[in-house]
Design a protein around this ligand. Sequence first.
Ligand SMILES: [Zn+2]
Ligand SMILES: [Zn+2]
Length: 199
Amino acid sequence: MSLCAHCNAPSSTRCSLCQSVYYCSPEHIRADWPSHKLDCYVKPPKDALSLSDCVRKKVTGILFAEDADEPRLIQLNVLIGYTRTGQTWQTLNLRPYLPDDEKRGRARVRLDGPMVPGEGGIKLGLMSDVFYRRNFTSDGSQRNRCIERSTKGKMAHPWSGPFIMLRRTHLDTSYDVVMEQDLPMLMKFFTTGQMSGFS
Ligand SMILES: [Zn+2]
Ligand SMILES: [Zn+2]
């Protein structure tokens, strides 16, 4: 018998999103959400098909934390599924590393990198997504020491708050394991502020 994550009572109902935590009642699902949401997945869109058909996975990204000396690899929870109209959707849980609240929202930029040989010798352009605080210059975010060190102070903007980079796959709705070769386009973004046209 599994135990409720909130009160330890014997329980057989799981969190419907991640299906990895048990709860005794809907009340305790709600009561535990403020802490569980850091480890769970983000809510699917309203027209999502049943949650049992979703793919649950972890992707590896790079985190430039504002108070760190070196970037590090992090694991993020991704939930992928279909909508009623047959489109794919995915949600990504960045909350443990890049919380957002009403005052401090998130921005995302898409970076285009150089062409590299992929599977079967086909050359593919590297692509990545970078997430950060939308108003990092004015929301009180701390200057990002990790980026400052990595760029030796040559920053296009006074980058502040956390920055997370994920490698995109060419399937558009998915992420892949980030690799060493993804870093140059990120460093170019940090030093020039340019988002595309890397060659
Ligand atoms: Zn309970
Ligand atoms: Zn959950």
